[in-house]
Unconditional design. Structure first.
Length: 368
């Protein structure tokens, strides 16, 4: 028996004898688990396991970031997209979407309101819209950078060339969110059309990190065809890639996609994975996503108690939000931004955390 097969046998044998709590403790100590061990943990977890992991995750979050929650002002500036991802409500093939593009002045007005409201990060998110070429994105970023030099600028606009990413970075962008969706090529092909590949998605993430962005990956929990092994592969990828941010949320079907009749991901699974990600990567910036608040009214607050420390309120114009629906029943599409912010701050304070007016950058310093 070779050395590699011997190690595999040892890991498999160890996994058979470790309890779930021992596996969680193992992760909390900064140790690795195998794909099989992680899949077994995900498959057999109990509510007691979930709560135990959440307690350890909160301890780590508090160690690196205190009891602070960072708000990011989300501006969904275009719902045009050239892609046809099978799960997405704004995919190119959905003829029922009312399409829009925000004018630069409208985007800057959102930033102005957000700055006065205390936001120090703006997230420009949109579909992969060819209208917004490099020149237009650079103009948007450089203008926001000039007007708000103390703010972070996050982009979430999909797959680009390394040269394009470099141009945005040079113009003043600090962060980039690009969910990897799944670390399994076969699963990726089941969620996307043939012209999109996991290989290119991961290339983009490597390029972003190489350039110097604070880089975010992530995935849907409970997406169609997803297995515990797929999620274990995601956790291993996150542990290896070490992104500065990870965005995960439950899969929620959209009625105009081929997955309309698929079951949604669960709150419990998403919370457990948030905690495991915190244990695997203690310093990561971890959002409690809008999708969590969509499936359960206090989902974002529960996400914070599971180890999250970022919330992204929508500060887009109200009349446009209802047309940026990646999934059904998205919350906040009709809410007044100021009132929504106030309610969120109050509900977060009620669980013992404080929203701060801060960029909320990644914690580079290791803390014992």
């Amino acid at each position: 028996m070779g050395a590699g097969s011997g190690l595999a046998h040892f890991l498999w044998d160890r996994g058979n004898f470790m309890t779930n709590r021992e596996k969680i403790d193992w992760l909390a100590k900064g140790q690795l688990l195998s794909e099989e061990e992680l899949a077994g943990l995900l498959r057999s977890k109990t509510e007691e396991d979930r709560l135990y992991a959440a307690g350890l995750a909160r301890t780590l979050t508090d160690r690196y970031y205190g009891r602070k929650i960072y708000f990011r002002g989300l501006i969904e500036f275009t719902n045009y997209c050239k892609n046809n991802c099978y799960y997405c409500g704004i995919r190119a093939g959905n003829a029922n979407v009312v399409r829009y593009r925000m004018k630069p002045e409208e985007i800057y007005a959102c930033c102005d309101w957000g700055y006065r409201a205390g936001f120090r990060t703006f997230v420009l998110q949109g579909g992969e819209d060819p209208y917004f070429d490099d020149e237009k994105i650079v103009e948007l970023v450089s203008t926001i950078r000039d007007r708000y030099p103390d703010c972070a600028i996050t982009l979430s606009i999909g797959e680009k060339s390394k040269e394009s990413y470099q141009r945005y970075f040079d113009a003043g962008a600090n962060r980039y969110l690009l969910r990897h969706e799944t670390a399994c090529p076969e699963h990726y092909r089941k969620l996307h059309p043939p012209q999109l590949s996991l290989e290119n998605r991961l290339r983009c993430l490597r390029d972003l990190k190489d350039i110097g962005y604070q880089t975010g990956c992530g995935m849907m929990v409970g997406s169609p065809y997803q297995t515990e092994e797929n999620l274990a592969q995601d956790l291993l990828y996150i542990g290896e890639f070490r992104p500065e941010m990870v965005g995960i949320g439950p899969f929620i079907p959209h009625h105009d996609t081929c997955f309309r009749d698929c079951q949604a991901g669960t709150l419990e699974d998403t919370l457990f994975l948030l905690s495991l990600i915190r244990l695997i990567h203690p310093r990561v910036l971890l959002p409690a996503t809008t999708a969590l608040g969509t499936i359960v009214a206090d989902g974002r607050e529960q996400g914070i108690l599971a180890g999250a420390n970022v919330v992204m309120p929508n500060i887009s114009p109200t009349d446009m939000r209802k047309n940026y629906l990646l999934y059904d029943n998205k919350i906040g599409t009709q809410d007044d931004a100021a009132e929504s912010q106030r309610r969120l701050e109050e509900s977060i304070a009620a669980i013992g955390y404080q929203v701060v007016s801060d960029r909320g950058d990644y914690c580079w310093e290791d803390k014992v």
